[in-house]
Design a binder for this molecule. Structure first.
Ligand code: ADP
Ligand code: MG
Ligand code: ZN
Length: 595
């Protein structure tokens, strides 16, 4: 029965998607356009906005998937103003709702928030307005938290009254991926939103999100009981974002140097965000930058709400150059002129990375998304993520973005959102594409390295010692405990960064695997031989050696060779890193592959 239902829903939603929503021949078209211009003061629609408004106004359920900054809010705000009656907006964050209500009021649109901090008098007035049979045209949009929608009987009763007197016009659910456990911000209270379709069958539901993975979308359709909804997807490519991965120096102070050089040089006078892995990292880095006369402030969940609001406001005004933040600095960040987002540590998934880096360049002008990559960070992410359902897969996809030297960064991102954006052109707006003509990618023959690493792992296993990634590489360079050094393995002639790159590559190819162990305080990732060892041996024996392409051109960017001409200073530590590499030579190892 369920299968039949699903098939019927699929047919219906296919039929819907074939209709032409992109026209201005609906009875409301003139008013819609006039309201866009005169009330919202916007010149034209962005991709999928018109389609979305038309479908909702035709009373269809819609899921709109559009990137961060794509203008999803307008897709319920505009119909809310044009239609008579009330639009209820469910939104996960108080600050988000308050921001939106504030800007709506500035445009002369009546909007209210109903949440735990709304005072009694105000909330009574709102509830009265809902239950009142008379005109509600004084309130166009009502923002509520999912808890209120799910659990407040009083609110739901009032809303039902409004529904029965035909005044409830639309239910919009912002950040709708929070319904799905597959999404990256699952919120238990969003689960209850599934009851809305039953309670208000005649009211169209609009869910909006920037999460485009099909698993999440299907899940959301099921959770909300809108299986035959229209699905609209806006293009995810952000052509004005320049994607770049830089080598993260191994020494903390070098990382500080690199970042402060960027902030004082290339990004001087420009506004941005640095994302860190932990609260401690955010505090440390922000503190360090302040001692170097940079207007930086930390932002994370351990700060009071007031403090966070203050930092956000000062940054919006340009009084703070850079917010050094954990993922807590997220939803609802809507500053148009963010010129850079630096990831101090890779994100836990491509989805997170896309969202976080996507906060740059909302005004459509060029902005840069820099990720500082170091192998050691990979284990930070995997040990945190491996217990989640798709955690490890997500983390490895992120690592692949960092180390894959053969593909355009944008292409790697687009592959992640495959159904959405596949024919986009990078236009030299990533470090790979920018340098593709001018820097040759060195190739390293790595099969000998692979066998050396296996020898080290096997000899450690023989004495019952487990190796972390760092210990493995230490042993390779004949550092650390004597008993882990393997006599038949020579010290590699390559730089340690490339040695790490090889180990990361082997993990992603499953020639090695991470094995997770709990201690009382944390989780440790140990490195073992992986499930693809036989495949690899077969490849080496019958198809010649494995070759790893190394992205030497990363360094060219750091030295100022960039698409834009306004690059100024050379980051000190990056050029040091290059010197180091040049002297040691990153070229192919002269050793012969072992049989
Ligand atoms: P999202 O929720 O998709 O991340 P928002 O709805 O917060 O994005 O909108 C991001 C910014 O884009 C806002 O400043 C908004 O005013 C602006 N915007 C929305 N639609 C348009 C449009 N058609 N033309 C120009 N700017 C727009
Ligand atoms: Mg939004
Ligand atoms: Zn590219």
């Amino acid at each position: 029965c369920n299968k039949l239902k699903d098939e019927k829903a699929l047919r219906l939603s296919k039929k819907l998607s074939k209709q032409n929503w992109d026209t201005e021949t609906f009875s409301w078209s003139k008013e819609l356009h006039a309201t866009l211009k005169n009330v919202f003061k916007l010149p034209s629609f962005r991709p999928q906005q018109l389609q979305c408004c038309n479908a909702i106004m035709s009373k269809h359920d819609v899921l709109l998937i559009a990137p961060t900054g794509g203008g999803k809010s307008l897709c319920y705000q505009l119909p809310a103003v044009v239609n008579p009656g009330l639009t209820v907006v469910v939104s996960p964050l108080l600050s988000l709702m308050e921001d939106q209500v504030w800007s709506l009021k500035n445009l002369g649109i009546e909007a209210e928030v109903l949440c735990s901090t709304t005072d009694r008098i105000q909330s009574n007035a709102i509830l009265k307005m809902l239950s009142d049979n008379s005109d509600t045209s004084i309130m166009k949009l009502l923002y509520v938290t999912p808890e209120r929608m799910a659990k407040s009987k009083r609110f739901l009763t009032a809303l039902q009254k409004s529904y029965f007197s035909k005044k409830l016009n639309l239910i919009a659910i912002d950040e709708v991926h929070c319904c799905s456990q597959w999404g990256h911000d699952f919120r238990p209270d969003y689960k209850f939103l599934g009851a809305l379709k039953q309670m208000f069958p005649e009211v169209p539901i609009l869910g909006v999100t920037a999460t485009a993975t099909s698993k999440v979308i299907v899940d959301v359709q099921k959770m909300l009981n809108i299986r035959n909804c229209l699905i609209l997807k806006a293009p995810f490519n952000r052509p004005n974002l320049y994607y770049h991965v830089m080598e993260k120096p191994s020494e903390k102070v070098e990382v500080y140097n690199l970042i402060s050089d960027l902030l004082k040089g290339r990004f001087a006078g420009k506004s941005g965000i640095i994302y860190t892995f932990s609260i401690k990292d955010a505090e440390d880095l922000a503190g360090e930058l302040v001692t170097r006369d940079i207007q930086a402030r930390p932002y994370h969940a351990n700060l009071s709400a007031d403090r966070r609001t203050l930092v956000h406001k000062k940054w919006l005004k340009g009084l703070i150059q850079v917010v050094v933040a954990t993922v807590a600095f997220g939803m609802g960040i809507d500053k148009p002129d963010v010129r850079f987002v630096i990831h101090h540590t890779m994100s836990k998934s491509m989805e997170n990375f896309y969202q976080e880096s996507g906060r740059a360049g909302r005004d459509g002008k060029r902005a840069e998304c820099i990720l500082l990559y170091r192998f050691i960070d990979m284990a930070k992410i995997t040990t945190m993520m491996f217990s989640e359902r798709t955690g490890l897969q997500n983390a490895y996809a992120m690592a692949d973005y960092c180390i894959d030297a053969s593909r355009c960064r944008r292409e790697i991102i687009s592959k992640y959102f495959s159904e959405v954006w596949n024919d986009s052109k990078c236009n030299k707006m990533c470090d790979r594409c920018y340098h593709v003509d001018c820097v040759k990618i060195p190739k390293i023959e790595i099969s000998n390295h692979i066998f050396d690493l296996y020898a080290i792992i096997e000899s450690a296993e023989a004495i019952d010692v487990k190796l972390t990634g760092t210990k493995l590489i230490d042993a390779w360079y004949k550092k650390g405990p004597m008993n882990l050094r393997c006599s038949q393995v020579e010290v590699p002639s390559i730089d340690r960064y490339w040695a790490e790159q090889i180990v990361a590559f082997m993990i992603l190819e499953k020639y090695l695997k991470e094995d997770f162990h709990f201690t009382a305080y944390n989780t440790i990732s140990y490195i073992r031989k992986g499930p693809n060892v036989p495949k690899m041996e077969n490849d080496v024996l019958f198809h010649g050696a494995r070759v790893l392409k190394l992205p030497e051109r990363d360094i060219a960017w750091a030295n100022g060779e960039v698409a834009e001409t306004d690059s100024n200073k050379t980051p000190r530590s990056a050029s040091q890193a290059e010197k180091r590499r040049r002297t040691k030579g990153a070229g192919s190892s002269s050793k012969k592959a072992k049989p």
